[in-house]
Design a protein around this ligand. Structure first.
Ligand SMILES: *Cc1c(COP(=O)(O)O)cnc(C)c1O
Length: 469
C-alpha cells in the first residue's frame, strides 16, 4: 500500500517512509491511497480472534511487506502484552444498548497506549534494521507524552523531546512523564498552551535545519499514520463483541486532535457498519461549531478539567477534509489556509457528506461534573472527565435506542483526581499498583520560554552523539 499527502504534493510513499517522518514535504498529512474493504461476513469471521490477532488482521494490509508477517506478530505481541487487563479493551454496560469501551488499561492509563506501545516497537524495529538514528519531537496536552515516553524509552536509536504546556497538565500526567529517567528522554515544559507547543513542533518539522546533518525528526503525534492505524482495531473489537450482524453500531469519542474519531471513520470505510460517530468536545468546541453550524472561527483556548481535549486546531481534521473534497489536494491547501485564519466554510456537499456519519456535542465542565456524579450514583461507576464528556455527548446525540452506542473511555479516573473530587461524587480512584510510588519519584524537566529558537537550540545541543558528532 502506498501513502499520499492530503495536499497533493510529492510522490506516493511506502509505509516505512511515512512512519519515519512527520508531515509530508508539502505540509500535508499522509493517508493511504486506498482503504481495504471487508464485507460483514468477512468481519464476522474475526469474532473469535484475540485482541492481538485482530490487531494483526486490521493493521497488516496497511503495512504490507514493509514488515514481514512473522515480525509483525512479534511486535504486536510485545505492544499489547503490556496491558493490564485480559480483554485488553473490555466493554462495560452502562444501560440499554449503552456501553463503555475501557481503553485505559495500558501502562500510562489512557487510550494513547494503544497506538504508542505499538509505534514504539515499530520504530525500534525499523531503525535497528536500517541502522538509523532519529530525533522524536512531540507536543502533548498531557497523555501523548507519557504514552510516547513509555513506548520509546528503551530504543537506543532515538532521542525524544516532549513539549507539554507548563502548569497546564495534571500532576499525575506530568509525573508520568518527568519521572521516567532515561538518557534519551527530555521533557520540556513550555510557557504557553498546547497550541503553542504544537506550533513549535510543527514549525520544527517544516524546517529541520536546526538539526545536525543526517538527522531527521519523527512524529509521535497523531499526524503519524501508525497512530491512527493502531486505533482502528478497537472499533472492530467493540463491534465484534456486541451483536453487529445486521444492526449497526455507534461510537462517541472525546475529541481533541481528531485522531481517535478519525480512526473510527477509517473503520467505517473498511466496512464496519457504523451508524453514528459522535464528536464530543469540551468548551474548546471548534469542531462542534464547525460540524453543527459551519463556524470554524478561532477563539481563545480555555483551560478545562478535561485538559487532554484543550485543543483548538485539530490536525487530523485535514484528513477528513481531504476525503470529503474528492481527495483534491489543491482544494485542501486552500481550505487549510482558511482554517488558519478561522474563515473556513465547508461547502454544502462536504457538510452533507460529513453529517451522514458525524454528529457533535459540546459538554462544558459543569455538565461533565454532573455526569460523573450521576453515573457514579446510578451505576457505581467512576468516569474520568474525558469519558464523561463522551458519554454526555452520546446521550444527547443518539439517533435511536436500538443501535448499540459505545462511548470510548479514553482515560482512567485516577489520572484526573481533581475533576473527580470536584464532581462531589464522594469517591476517589486509586492508581494501579505499578504507579503506587508515582508521587515519591524524582522529577526531571526543563522549563523553556514559548520561543521556537530556544527550543530548537535546546534540542540541537543534545543530539550531536546521534549524528556521530
Ligand atoms: C488525547 C486524548 C483525547 C483526544 O483524542 P484525539 O485523538 O486527540 O482526538 C481524549 N481523551 C484523552 C484522555 C486523551 O488523552
Amino acid at each position: 500500500m502506498k501513502y499520499i499527502s492530503t495536499r497533493g504534493g510529492g510522490q506516493p510513499k511506502n509505509f516505512d517512509e511515512v512512519i519515519l517522518t512527520g508531515l509530508a514535504p508539502d505540509g500535508g498529512l499522509y493517508v493511504p491511497d486506498s482503504i481495504p474493504h471487508y464485507s460483514l461476513s468477512d468481519i464476522a469471521a474475526w469474532k473469535k480472534l484475540s485482541y492481538k490477532q485482530l490487531a494483526f488482521k486490521v493493521m497488516q494490509p496497511f503495512i504490507g511487506d514493509c514488515v514481514p508477517e512473522r515480525d509483525l506478530v512479534g511486535l504486536i505481541d510485545i505492544a499489547y502484552g503490556s496491558f493490564n487487563h485480559s480483554a485488553t479493551a473490555p466493554l462495560v454496560q452502562m444501560g440499554h444498548n449503552e456501553w463503555i469501551l475501557e481503553l485505559f488499561h495500558g501502562p500510562t492509563l489512557a487510550f494513547k497506549d494503544f497506538a504508542l506501545q505499538f509505534l514504539g516497537q515499530l520504530l525500534d524495529y525499523m531503525l535497528k534494521r536500517k541502522s538509523k538514528n532519529v530525533v522524536i519531537m512531540g507536543a502533548t496536552s498531557g497523555d501523548t507524552g507519557s504514552a510516547a515516553i513509555e513506548g520509546c524509552q528503551d530504543c537506543d536509536n532515538i532521542k525524544m523531546f516532549i513539549l507539554h504546556p507548563y502548569q497546564r497538565v495534571s500532576d499525575v500526567q506530568r509525573r508520568q512523564m518527568t519521572t521516567v529517567i532515561s538518557d534519551n528522554i527530555f521533557n520540556i515544559a513550555l510557557k504557553g498552551n498546547f497550541d503553542d507547543c504544537q506550533n513549535v513542533v510543527k514549525a520544527s518539522f517544516n524546517n529541520q535545519s536546526f538539526l545536525p546533518d543526517k538527522l531527521q525528526l519523527v512524529a509521535v503525534n497523531s499526524i503519524n499514520w501508525a497512530r491512527i492505524m493502531a486505533q482502528i482495531v478497537y472499533y472492530f473489537w467493540a463491534a465484534l463483541h456486541l451483536d453487529i450482524r445486521s444492526n449497526s453500531i455507534s461510537f462517541s469519542v472525546p475529541t481533541g486532535n481528531f485522531g481517535d474519531v478519525f480512526a473510527g471513520y477509517i473503520a467505517s470505510k473498511m466496512g464496519l457498519p457504523i451508524k453514528q460517530l459522535v464528536v464530543a468536545t469540551n468548551d474548546n468546541d471548534i469542531l462542534h461549531r464547525c460540524l453543527s453550524a459551519n463556524d470554524h472561527s478561532i477563539r481563545p483556548l480555555s483551560q478545562t478539567l478535561a485538559p487532554s481535549m484543550d485543543i483548538m486546531i485539530s490536525s487530523n481534521f485535514e484528513r477528513l477534509l481531504f476525503d470529503v473534497h474528492g481527495r483534491d489536494g489543491e482544494c485542501v491547501v486552500k481550505l487549510m489556509e482558511e482554517a488558519k485564519r478561522g474563515t473556513l466554510k465547508l461547502s454544502d456537499e462536504a457538510r452533507v457528506g460529513i453529517q451522514q456519519l458525524f454528529t457533535s456535542y459540546r459538554c462544558d465542565d459543569h455538565e461533565m461534573l454532573k455526569m460523573i456524579r450521576s453515573v457514579n450514583k446510578s451505576n457505581g461507576y467512576l468516569l474520568d472527565p474525558h469519558t464523561a464528556i463522551g458519554l454526555c455527548a452520546a446521550r444527547h446525540c443518539r439517533a435511536d435506542t436500538q443501535t448499540p452506542m459505545v462511548s470510548l473511555a479514553t482515560a482512567h479516573p485516577a489520572k484526573f483526581p481533581d475533576a473527580v473530587k470536584q464532581s462531589g461524587c464522594g469517591v476517589t480512584a486509586s492508581l494501579p499498583n505499578h504507579l503506587d510510588d508515582l508521587f515519591s519519584r524524582v522529577e526531571y524537566m526543563h522549563i523553556l520560554e514559548n520561543n521556537q529558537d530556544d527550543v530548537q537550540q535546546f534540542i540541537a545541543d543534545r543530539v550531536g552523539d546521534l549524528a556521530g558528532i
